[in-house]
Write a protein that binds this ligand. Structure first.
Ligand code: C5P
Length: 398
C-alpha cells in the first residue's frame, strides 16, 4: 500500500506532464506524500507553481541550488523517499537513464538513489517502437527499474498507437499492488459487481436494480488484505476501488465470458445483479412507435455465471460465494439457490422495498454454508465487506 510512503515524483518534458496534477492528487488520496522534481523541459509544459500548490511541497528543479542544498542535499533527497516515480518519462530522459547520465537534478537523483525506481513512459508511437528506445528500456529494466505502461491510444500529435502515458489511476493501482501486504497476498479473487444492461435496441435496455456499493466494498476490503482482486463490473454508480484489476462489461453474456477468462482463481464472489434474461433479438435500429401497438419482447435465458463456476470440474475456485437478493421467503429461496448453484456460501439479503438495503449504505445479511446459517446484525456495507473478507481469510487458513 502507498499509505505513508514518500514518492519522489520526477516530471520530465512531455505533453503528458499535464496529467501530473491529477497523479499528485491521486497519490495523496492514497495517503502518499509527494515531493516533486521537474526537469528543464518539464517546465515548458507545466508551471512549477501549480505543481507546488497541489503537492503542498517545494518543487526541486536545479542541481546547483544553494538554498535547496542547504535545506536538503540532492543525495539526501534521493534517499529520503520510499520510491522514485518518473512520470511522464520522455524518450530523451529514458535514454539519459540508460546511459547513466547525470547532468541535471532529476538524472543525478536517479543515479544516487538506493530506492525502487518506476518509469511511466510517454512518447510518440514511432519513438516508442524505435530500436533505440527499446534498447534503452531493456537497459534500464536490466538495472532493476520497473516500467509502467505505456498505453495504446490517440496521441497529442494526431497519431495512434503505443506510447500514451498510463492513466494516473493505473499508475497508482500499479504502485499499490507493488506495496501490497496482508494475509491474502498471492491470492487471486474474482469479484463480480454492478448490474447488467440487456439491450432491446441501441437506446433501450432492461436491467436489475443495483448500486454496486456492496460489490465495490467487498473488492476493496479484499484488496486491502493484499489479494489480487479481479473486479468484473457491469454498470454501477459505486466508485471503482483502487488497487484492483478492472474489467468493465455491459451484458450478462459479456460478464460470463470475462469471468471464465479470468480462471483459475482461489476465490470467486458473485455480487453482481445479473439479469436472468436477455432479449432474443436486439433491434439494430431504435424501435419506433406505430399503430400496431407496443412491441412484444421475447426473452432468452442468460448464462448463470455463478452456477457455471460453482459446478466446474476443473479450475473451480476453492471458495465460490453467491448472493441471494430476495423479496420474500428469504431463507427458503436462499437455501434452494445454495444447492442449485454449487456454491460454498450464499449471502442472503432481504431487498424488499421496506428494508431500504437496495441502494442504501447498510445491509443485513445471512450467510448460509453447508455447516451453518449465520445471521449478521444490521451493519454498513463496508463492515459487511470487512467481516466477509476476514471470514474468507479463516476459510483459506491464511
Ligand atoms: O438466481 P439469482 O439471480 O437470484 O442468483 C443470484 C446469484 O447468482 C448472485 O450471486 C448473482 O451474482 C449470481 N448470478 C450470476 N449469473 C446470472 C444470474 C445470477 O452469476 N446469470
Amino acid at each position: 500500500m502507498l499509505e505513508g510512503k514518500t514518492v519522489l515524483l520526477v516530471i520530465t518534458g512531455g505533453i503528458a506532464a499535464y496529467k501530473s496534477i491529477e497523479l499528485i492528487r491521486l497519490l495523496q488520496t492514497n495517503n502518499a506524500i509527494v515531493v516533486p522534481v521537474m526537469t528543464k523541459s518539464a517546465l515548458q509544459f507545466i508551471k512549477p507553481l501549480s505543481v507546488a500548490a497541489i503537492a503542498g511541497s517545494k518543487v526541486y528543479t536545479e542541481l546547483f541550488d544553494l538554498t535547496a542544498e542547504a535545506e536538503m542535499g540532492h543525495i539526501e533527497l534521493s534517499r529520503s523517499a520510499d520510491i522514485i516515480l518518473v512520470a511522464p518519462a520522455s524518450a530523451s530522459f529514458l535514454s539519459k537513464m540508460a546511459q547513466g547520465g547525470c547532468d541535471d537534478l532529476a538524472s543525478t537523483l536517479l543515479l544516487a538513489t538506493d530506492k525502487p525506481v518506476f518509469v511511466a513512459p510517454s512518447m510518440n508511437v514511432r519513438m516508442w517502437h524505435h530500436p533505440a528506445t527499446q534498447r534503452n528500456l531493456n537497459a534500464i529494466n536490466d538495472d532493476g527499474i520497473i516500467t509502467i505502461g505505456p498505453n495504446e491510444g490517440g496521441m497529442a500529435c494526431g497519431e495512434f498507437g503505443l506510447g500514451r502515458m498510463s492513466e494516473p489511476s493505473e499508475i497508482v493501482a500499479f504502485l499499490n499492488s507493488y506495496f501490497k501486504q496482508g494475509p491474502l497476498l498471492g491470492k487471486r479473487i474474482i469479484v463480480t459487481s454492478g448490474t447488467t444492461h440487456e439491450m432491446i435496441d441501441p437506446v433501450r435496455y432492461i436491467a436489475n436494480r443495483s448500486s454496486g456499493e456492496q460489490g465495490s466494498a467487498i473488492a476493496s476490503a479484499l484488496a486491502d488484505l493484499g489479494a489480487n482482486v479481479i473486479f468484473i463490473t457491469g454498470p454501477s454508480t459505486a466508485p471503482i476501488p483502487a488497487n484492483v484489476e478492472l474489467t468493465k462489461v455491459r451484458s450478462g453474456r459479456e460478464m460470463h465470458k470475462a469471468v471464465l477468462a479470468q480462471l483459475p482463481a482461489d476465490v470467486a464472489i458473485f455480487v453482481a445483479a445479473v439479469s436472468d434474461w436477455c432479449i432474443d433479438h436486439v433491434s439494430e435500429q431504435k424501435i419506433k412507435k406505430n399503430s400496431n401497438g407496443p412491441p412484444v419482447l421475447k426473452f432468452n435465458e442468460n448464462p448463470d455465471i455463478l452456477r457455471d463456476v460453482g459446478n466446474l470440474k476443473d479450475d473451480r475456485p476453492s471458495l465460490v460465494i453467491g448472493f441471494a437478493a430476495e423479496t420474500e421467503d428469504l431463507y427458503k429461496n436462499a437455501e434452494t439457490k445454495f444447492k442449485k448453484k454449487g456454491c460454498d456460501w450464499i449471502i442472503a439479503n432481504d431487498v424488499s422495498a421496506t428494508t431500504g438495503y437496495m441502494g442504501g449504505d447498510e445491509n443485513k445479511i445471512c450467510l448460509i454454508s453447508a455447516k451453518q446459517t449465520e445471521d449478521w446484525p444490521l451493519m454498513s456495507k463496508k463492515s459487511v465487506a470487512k467481516k466477509l473478507a476476514a471470514k474468507i481469510c479463516t476459510a483459506l487458513e491464511v
